[in-house]
Design a protein around this ligand. Structure first.
Ligand SMILES: Nc1nc2c(c(=O)[nH]1)N[C@H]1C(S)=C(S)[C@@H](COP(=O)(O)OP(=O)(O)OC[C@H]3O[C@@H](n4cnc5c(=O)[nH]c(N)nc54)[C@H](O)[C@@H]3O)O[C@H]1N2
Ligand SMILES: Nc1nc2c(c(=O)[nH]1)N[C@H]1C(S)=C(S)[C@@H](COP(=O)(O)OP(=O)(O)OC[C@H]3O[C@@H](n4cnc5c(=O)[nH]c(N)nc54)[C@H](O)[C@@H]3O)O[C@H]1N2
Ligand code: SF4
Ligand SMILES: [Mo]
Length: 738
């Protein structure tokens, strides 16, 4: 991490060197940054001139000016050499993608979608969105699918991200906001348990909160099968076998009970369902848990002591324990631990999930999810349908029923879903069982992709629509804290490129909806405010102006009565606007009775256990320099230099058994396919486990191997564990040719 940027010239628009205050295009930390125009000839290094340079924006508190390399180099993608600058159309099946004008491209998309709908019904048209899209885009995309296309078949890549934590949140607390407190609270808690988060690489500026925590005397426990850069910071590192966090959390709860550490007062006053959850935990005695997880009983006891001896404590999960076919129950078990010890709904204590994508939080609130309407309303709730239909000016009966989840939708492509509009995702690289997904996508009658670059998925499209990038359009993003931020436009998009909102508006108009899809983001946000009013994720009190003045507003933030046209007390000053909600649940949880719900959960194995044919566990994740499918970061020279390709991380003992040396090609084979990448040998991983990052397509694509076994509640695929065989793949000693 570094912030080698010029100091900010301030916010004021105008002066030639004035910087615009905005936010990073990538992860959920949504670091604040300034963007300032640079002379067109000022290209640096291998990247062509981006037209904008990043300057420090120290006043934004979440990152105080610090950025990781991805954020710092983000403007490189604005240059025309690496991005799409005009629509592409495949004029005949099997033919090439060729440059086309916007009229032709939009006519073709609208015509094909309408044709498939007419021939096969509205549910034959699918829509796939992304958690990187602004709130305005996510909202417009959901509205477009439900109204213009009339389809139930919409979901998005957030299903692959924090869906398990979201489901567990709803079950236990009645509300899903990733973190119920601001990040700043993390620095002041007594004990932090980070479960399957490698934030030193996935949100580097957030490491500052860990440093402050340690300086304040707080303790850190990291749970990760690998000794990551994050685990290196820990007082205690637990390294369970992938897929066994549920047992680990239950084992800790067992010890809490056995050692008399239950907060009986809290349990009685603020929770329900304890007896059943307690009974479930008691079935997971420490020695059994050690056998399942590989974590020694003394370490388990030490963790419980650290957690309970501190005056306050927090558990934060990320994808490590969540991306499993039992992710929801696993998060539930960690929540149970917090509830039993009174570490929830109190200052500096609680459970939270570190959401991942730039708008991972807002993107799951406003209607691009299969079962959802704006404001985190449920599509199957008659009152919610009524409210949103009124805002949209249609009959509630017009709104389709809930559709399929992301993987199920991708799996159905080419069968009952015949055409797809995809925006903000690159599933050819990022979806589980990717070779199958790629084949399903290729079998579609019609695929349209909106993207900023020619991603691996866009390469398969019949029409590619090039869209504007983060720095070229304004919109709101809701960061991992539930803080709604304004990402401001700092430059004009190049000619030939349109915004996602303009694209949706143009398509809607061609499909008979002249009104209802404005291109102005603020106009969309104003409608979103009304649609979300009274819902769980209530944005109605948030305006662009307020966000700018307050550096973000935490939802829920209902509208103040005065803005509703209802006067304040006669003669008195109008009531103060709702301040937003940085901290949730301090008085009550969002359930009907105000109590948090324990959910009795029991350990179960992953969908695939190692056996004689596939004796090793594969887990997957991220590296510092690349973002997700890599569609963006693989096009930035500096980042590519730092992390040029895939690898297989494995323990020296396993490497020896397999007969590979550092850097030699190693094949990882699962029931779904085979991937080959150079070996990276390190004692920092369990000997029974290999790790691959998923940022690359081709031979080293990790998702060729992953298992699409789904969590029954969240429909999250099992990205974080499957059974594999590991073989040397080179020609040298130990190679396949031996
Ligand atoms: N550099 C970078 N940063 C990113 C992203 C990126 O692509 N690159 N993406 C963003 C997004 S969308 C997300 S969701 C976040 C993800 O952020 P993280 O969740 O921090 O990232 P991952 O690397 O997927 O997984 C975290 C850790 O889980 C561990 N793990 C694997 N299996 C298990 C298991 O069974 N149990 C436990 N306890 N741990 C396990 C892995 O070893 C890994 O170190 O990052 C965001 N930030
Ligand atoms: N094996 C394995 N697989 C995983 C994971 C894992 O841990 N392991 N993690 C999963 C997780 S947590 C996630 S979030 C997914 C993410 O995986 P993807 O959904 O593939 O995410 P991105 O690579 O961010 O794809 C975003 C695409 O949208 C484009 N884009 C960027 N901005 C815009 C915009 O404003 N408009 C439009 N229209 N397009 C834009 C980008 O160029 C890119 O092609 O991957 C999942 N896949
Ligand atoms: S941590 Fe996330 S938001 Fe911050 S600069 Fe890096 S990628 Fe951007
Ligand atoms: Mo994610």
């Amino acid at each position: 991490m570094s912030a080698t940027t010029a100091p900010s010239a301030g916010t004021a628009p105008g002066g030639p060197s004035a910087a615009v205050d905005t936010h990073c295009p990538y992860c959920a930390l949504q670091c604040g940054m300034g963007l300032r125009p640079v002379p067109a000839s000022a290209g640096t290094g291998a990247d062509p001139a981006p037209g904008l340079e990043v300057v420090e924006r120290a006043a934004f508190d979440v990152n105080r000016g610090a950025l990781c390399g991805k954020g710092r180099t983000a403007p490189a993608l604005l240059s025309s050499r690496v991005r799409l600058t005009g629509p592409l159309v495949r004029r005949r099946r099997g033919g090439p993608l060729e440059p086309a004008g916007w009229e032709e491209a939009l006519d073709r998309v609208a015509g094909e979608l309408a044709g498939v709908r007419a021939a096969h019904g509205p549910d034959a048209v699918g829509v796939f969105g992304g958690g990187g899209l602004t709130n305005e885009k996510a909202y417009a995309l959901g509205k477009f699918a439900r109204l213009v296309l009339g389809t139930s078949q919409i979901d998005y890549n957030g299903r692959f991200c924090m869906a398990s934590a979201a489901a567990a949140h709803l079950r236990a607390f009645g509300l899903d906001r990733g973190m119920p407190f601001p990040l700043a609270d993390v620095a002041r808690t007594g004990c932090l348990v980070l479960v399957g988060s490698n934030l030193a690489e996935t949100m580097p500026p957030a490491l500052r909160y860990i440093t402050e925590l340690r300086e304040n005397g707080g303790r850190l426990i990291v749970v990760d099968p690998r000794r990551t850069r994050t685990a290196e910071q820990a007082d205690l590192h637990l390294a369970p076998r992938p897929g066994t966090d549920l047992a680990l959390a239950l084992g800790m709860l067992h010890l809490v009970v056995a050692e008399g550490r239950v907060d009986a007062g809290f349990v009685a006053e603020r929770t329900s369902g304890w007896p059943e959850a307690r009974a479930a935990a008691m079935a997971h005695w420490p020695e059994l848990v050690e056998r399942i997880t590989g974590v020694p009983v003394p370490h388990l006891r030490e963790a419980v002591a650290m957690f309970c001896d501190a005056e306050s404590s927090m558990v934060l999960t990320a994808r490590g324990p969540e991306q499993h076919s039992k992710g929801t129950d696993t998060v539930g078990a960690w929540i149970n631990l917090c509830l039993a010890t009174g570490r929830a709904g109190r200052p500096l204590s609680g459970y939270g999930c570190l959401t991942g994508q730039g708008n991972g939080q807002g993107g799951r609130e406003h209607g691009q999810k299969a079962d959802q309407l704006p404001g985190y309303r449920r599509l199957d709730d008659p009152a919610a349908r009524e409210h949103v239909a009124r805002v949209w000016g249609v009959d509630p009966g017009m709104l389709p029923k809930p559709g399929r989840s992301a993987y199920e939708l991708l799996d159905a492509l080419g069968t009952d879903v015949r055409a797809l509009l995809l925006t903000g995702s690159n599933p050819v690289v990022s979806a589980p069982r990717a070779a199958h997904v790629e084949e399903r996508i290729a079998s579609l009658d019609f695929l349209a992709v909106c993207d900023v670059v020619l991603s691996e998925t866009a390469e398969l499209a019949d029409v590619v629509l090039p869209v504007a990038q983060w720095a070229e359009e304004t919109g709101t993003m809701t960061n991992l804290e539930g803080r709604v931020l304004l990402r401001r436009r700092a430059a004009d998009p190049p000619p030939g490129v349109r915004t996602d909102l303009e694209v949706l508006g143009a398509l809607a108009a061609r499909l008979g909806w002249e009104k209802g899809f404005p291109a102005d983001p603020e106009e969309v946000f104003e409608e979103l405010r009304r649609a979300s009013a009274g819902g769980p994720a209530d944005y109605s009190g948030i305006t662009y102006r307020r966000i700018a003045e307050e550096d973000g507003v935490f939802w829920p933030c209902p509208q103040e009565p005065a803005q509703n046209g209802v006067a304040g007390p006669a003669g008195g000053p109008s009531p103060a606007p709702h301040p937003g909600t940085p901290r949730l649940f301090l008085d009550r949880f969002a359930t009907d009775d105000g109590r948090a719900r324990f959910v009795p959960v029991a350990h179960r194995p992953p969908a695939e256990e190692p056996d004689a044919d596939y004796p090793v566990l594969l887990t997957t994740g991220r590296v510092l320099a690349h973002y997700q499918s890599g569609a963006q970061t693989r096009r930035v020279a500096e980042l590519n230099g730092a992390a040029p390709g895939p690898f297989v991380q494995l323990h020296p003992r396993l490497a020896e058994r397999v007969g590979v040396a550092e850097g030699e090609p190693v094949a990882v084979v699962s029931r779904r396919g085979r991937a080959v990448a150079p070996a990276r040998i390190t004692p920092d991983i369990r000997p029974d486990t290999v790790f691959m990052p998923f940022h690359w397509p081709g031979a080293g694509r990790a998702n060729t191997l992953t298992n699409p076994a789904l969590d029954p509640a969240s429909r999250m695929p099992e990205f974080k564990v499957c059974a594999v065989r590991v073989e040397a793949a080179g020609d040298g000693p130990g190679g396949a040719g031996r």
